[in-house]
Write a protein that binds this ligand. Structure first.
Ligand code: CA
Length: 230
């Protein structure tokens, strides 16, 4: 039996029912909210292991709820799966840019839902157990936050503070799309940073990664992601 707490934010009662039934049966504790505002509060109260977040919601839409979850230090690391209807793909990309971990498209089968939830939880657990401060290794690139060191194919490479923080954020969550705004928050030194500044840092990071440069991928109109396998 799985254990863990899941918050569902979804306004369609029949979908909530399918989700609740199947996730409860797997052993999860499920809490459902039918609009964005109460859902956002619910996440803060329940501190779940995962959030299933519908895109089109009354009061506050899913993108905004996702942004708020990521913005708060307390809830920033809670995995979010976006639930979208067919044809909402452009919004979907934006959702990933807001820091969602994965998405599922309606209509979905209960089996698909449970598999997706478990996969994201496993990934989050693995990332969590790496802990903050542990060196991360991704196919030839090692980032060690304690020593502030980056090694590319065994060779140490000098990174500035901002470059280091950006690379660390990207590499800690391979495949997750980061918007420029979220990356600006990661540098977080209180100064006003323009979107363009992030692009300049990213160009510099790519140069320093040498043959691994293409693993930092540009998502047009949204931001950047890191590709796990070279
Ligand atoms: Ca909806």
């Amino acid at each position: 039996m799985a254990t863990g707490r899941i918050v569902i934010i979804e306004d369609e009662a029949d979908i909530v029912e399918v989700m609740s039934y199947n996730l409860s049966r797997e052993g999860f504790d499920v809490f459902a909210y039918s609009d964005g505002e109460s859902g956002r509060k619910g996440v803060r109260e329940r501190m779940p292991d995962l959030v299933l977040l519908d895109l089109m919601l009354p009061e506050m839409d899913g993108l905004e709820v996702c942004r708020r979850i990521r913005e708060s230090r307390r809830t920033a690391r809670i995995p979010v799966i976006m639930v979208t209807a067919k044809g909402e793909e452009s919004d979907l990309v934006l959702g990933l840019g807001m820091g969602a971990d994965d998405y599922i498209t309606k209509p979905f089968s209960p089996k698909e839902l449970v598999a997706r939830v478990k996969a994201v939880l496993r990934r989050a657990e693995r990332e969590g157990s790496e802990g903050i401060g542990e060196p991360l290794e991704r196919g030839g690139i090692i980032v060690d936050p304690e020593r502030h060191e980056v090694c590319v194919d065994g060779e140490p490479v000098d990174f500035t503070r901002a470059e280091f923080l950006l690379l660390y954020a990207l590499i800690a969550h391979p495949g997750r799309v980061f918007s420029r705004q979220i990356l600006i928050e990661r540098i977080g030194d209180g100064s006003i940073v323009a979107d363009r500044t992030i692009d300049v840092h990213i160009n510099s990071i790519r140069k320093k990664l040498g043959s691994h440069r293409d693993r930092v991928e540009t998502i047009r109109g949204v931001g950047y992601k890191f590709i796990d396998s070279p």
